[in-house]
Design a protein around this ligand. Structure first.
Ligand code: SF4
Length: 326
């Protein structure tokens, strides 16, 4: 029996970080026995944020190593790079013909991003059409599910609208992709803000355990706790958020000890780093193995692109037929 298809992608705008591992990579790896998974590296999508592409080949290779080290098995899942399967772009072009510009302009991500853009030309057409390409990434494989955290369910809605519009005009070609709710860990960045490469506050997956420990020791804590003897408030401390994920058994004790100043922040971070590194050790070990054989990683990506292309070409034959393009 054919398994339900699932698509999930990461943008290689930089080196992947702990948020990617806990939010996307591990979740997809845990689903690959139940679903036919298509994890991919969305290099075209990264171009909406990046104009200097000199590091892109390096970031893509590192992202592939991260996917594999998180447990993606190339015999079970189809790991590939988006731009190696040109059918994504063909389908995206065709989908733009049924997508009203007003839908794209009201997209929350677009509205957020144009606030940051300070160019005379304004935002690129690629940024506006981002949701169309994203829809194409999913439905070119007729994927029925996309793993998302609760915060991101709304982002899939525009894809569902585009699919409904296409099917209404050209007949039922595509299934409407459904969100597959996954648990995402709340992991703030080292400065307490959202973990993001653009803030420079990430814990990178390609860092050594020593570097990760060093970075953790510099993480901000409760800003109200100035001296060692000041009682702290763990609920405003990013270190405590990490304890909840990596050291849940000791959370009640740390909560009490922080509030009574029985524990200092340095010891609290040291304790956390031991749990975090223990949890990440299997990942680090696999990562060192994959990183030592980049040619094998490139072969995995090449095989993945061939398999993905085969599926995408079948879909595109159907789409051209439905649109009278044959
Ligand atoms: Fe944060 Fe731990 Fe310091 Fe409390 S003791 S403020 S939880 S680092």
């Amino acid at each position: 029996m054919q398994k339900t298809r699932l698509v999930s992608g990461v943008r290689p705008t930089g080196l992947l970080h702990l948020g990617h591992l806990e939010g996307m990579l591990k979740n997809t790896a845990s689903l690959q026995d139940k679903y036919e998974c298509f994890p991919f590296i969305a290099d075209w999508h990264s171009l909406t944020d990046v104009t200097d592409t000199s590091n892109l080949p390096h970031y893509k290779l590192q992202a592939a190593i991260d996917w594999l080290s998180a447990g993606i098995d190339p015999d079970k899942s189809t790991l590939f790079i988006q731009s190696h399967v040109a059918e994504h772009a063909e389908l995206s072009t065709l989908l733009t013909m049924v997508t009203p510009v007003s839908w794209l302009e009201r997209c929350p991500t677009y509205k957020d991003k144009i606030q940051d853009i300070n160019q005379r030309e304004g935002p690129s057409a690629g940024l506006l059409e981002y949701p169309v390409l994203m829809t194409s990434d999913v439905i070119v494989y007729k994927a029925a599910v996309v793993p998302v955290g609760a915060d991101n369910v709304a982002h899939l809605e525009i894809s569902r609208e585009i699919v409904r519009r296409f099917n209404h005009v050209y007949g039922d070609v595509f299934p409407e992709p459904q969100p597959l709710l996954t648990k995402t860990a709340e992991l703030p960045g080292l400065d307490g803000r959202k973990m993001s490469k653009s803030y420079g506050n990430t814990i990178q997956l390609s860092d050594s355990p020593e570097t990760t420990t060093k970075n953790l020791m510099q993480m901000v804590t409760d800003p109200g706790r100035v001296r060692r003897n000041d009682p702290g408030n763990p609920e405003v401390c990013p270190v405590f958020a990490y304890h909840k994920v990596y050291n849940p058994d000791e959370v009640p004790q740390i909560d009490r000890d922080c509030r009574s100043a029985a524990i200092g922040c340095v010891d609290c971070k040291r304790n956390l780093s031991e749990y975090l590194i223990a949890e990440l050790t299997p990942f680090y070990e696999k990562r060192a193995q994959w990183a030592s054989k980049p040619e094998e990683v490139r072969e995995v990506l090449g095989d993945g692109a061939n398999r993905a292309r085969g599926v995408a070409q079948e879909t595109m034959a159907e789409v051209r037929e439905a649109m009278n393009l044959v």
